[in-house]
Design a protein around this ligand. Structure first.
Ligand SMILES: [Mn+2]
Length: 350
């Protein structure tokens, strides 16, 4: 935690202190797994403000912090630090929250927006974080091979999704990264088609996009499988998506622009005649939150660096027919992409 706080101050000229209020940043900078509280950090003092319901948990999870009970009032906490300019999470705090904090400041103290500065250290994952993300992704792989045994005509998307979720939670996940997507047949044309009561039928493609939170970090993966008798267009679309996915993934190296990687996948899909059927970005980063920066999108000029985690997830979606998406999660390490997803990408026909 100390090194994370040092990185924050080393790259934030003009700030004397930070007031941190969102769950991901409280967890990142302190280890405290709750957003019923705030952090107030200066170089010298690390203060976690919470209430009596959480003091035991706070002492345990944030041993580097002084724990202060909110009952003693925010005013006395601010009066106790010698920070002048206090950075706060302007994308997170409400207007009334802002007014409340402002009213508690001591003489000579002021608030300054600092969301980008506070989030910045989280873009580059350290070894421990990469390990946790890899473990979460591994659990996703295991859940996927577990449900392959049950997918057959006659069961519903919800049944498959629940089995994935049950497996991940039974094996240590504290939550899901997001609502599980299980989209079969024509529903596959919706990139974010949440699992429904639809029965999986012979001839359907089934897209499963899911993830879990393990040790505070998210996983994310997508596989599309076929059920029963498959037609030529389904095979063709699968192969185009697979080619776009593997070539974009193989092109990820430190130093390249995010938009260049997106373009590789997008051009392959366009050249195959499906340009109109791939509307979303190629990928995003993953960490404490499921969607983090940078993004593999046409608009993202960020340069890929060691410590970035990225999803690579092209798709083709055809209204009234169906869709295919394939997604792996990679870590950039020693300049190149290390794939953290190990599930088979060959066309699986069940
Ligand atoms: Mn994703």
């Amino acid at each position: 935690m100390e090194s994370r706080i040092n990185r924050l101050f080393d790259n934030s000229e003009g700030y004397d202190a930070f007031f941190i209020s969102s769950y991901p940043n409280i967890f990142y900078y302190s280890g405290f797994e709750s957003d019923d509280g705030f952090l107030l950090i200066t170089r010298e003092r690390h203060i976690l403000i919470t209430d009596s319901r959480y003091t035991v948990q706070a002492k345990e999870q944030a041993p580097d912090y002084e724990i202060v009970d909110i009952a003693s009032g925010l005013k006395s906490v601010f009066a106790g630090i010698d920070g002048g300019v206090i950075g706060f999470e302007d994308s997170h705090i409400t207007v009334s929250g802002y007014e409340h904090i402002k009213a508690a400041l001591a003489d000579g103290q002021s608030l300054k927006p600092a969301q980008t500065v506070i989030n910045a250290p989280r873009l580059i994952k350290d070894k421990e974080e990469i390990k946790k993300i890899a473990e979460a992704e591994r659990l996703g792989d295991e859940a996927f091979s577990h449900v392959l045994n049950m997918i057959k005509p006659g069961i519903t998307e919800n049944e498959v999704a629940l089995e994935l979720e049950f497996f991940m939670k039974k094996n240590g996940a504290s939550a899901l990264s997001f609502d599980t997507i299980a989209a079969s047949g024509v529903r596959g044309a919706m990139p974010h088609g949440r699992a429904s009561e639809k029965v999986i039928e012979n001839g359907d493609l089934l897209t499963l996009d899911f993830g879990c939170v393990l040790n505070g970090y998210c996983s994310d993966m997508t596989r599309t499988v076929a059920v029963g008798n498959i037609s030529d267009w389904q095979k063709e679309v699968y192969n185009v998506v697979l080619k776009a996915q593997t070539e974009a993934l193989g092109a990820i190296v430190a130093g390249k622009k995010c938009s260049e990687i997106d373009a590789i996948a997008r051009d392959i899909i366009k050249d195959a005649g499906y340009g109109e059927n791939f509307g979303h970005a190629l990928g995003h980063s993953v960490g404490i939150e499921i969607h983090e920066e940078p993004r593999l999108s046409p608009k993202c000029d960020d340069i890929i660096e060691n410590g970035h985690i990225l999803t690579v997830e092209p798709g083709i979606y055809i209204e009234n027919r169906g869709g295919v998406r394939i997604e792996d999660l990679v870590a950039v390490s020693d300049g190149r992409a290390v794939n953290l997803t190990h599930s088979d990408k060959r066309f699986i026909i069940l």
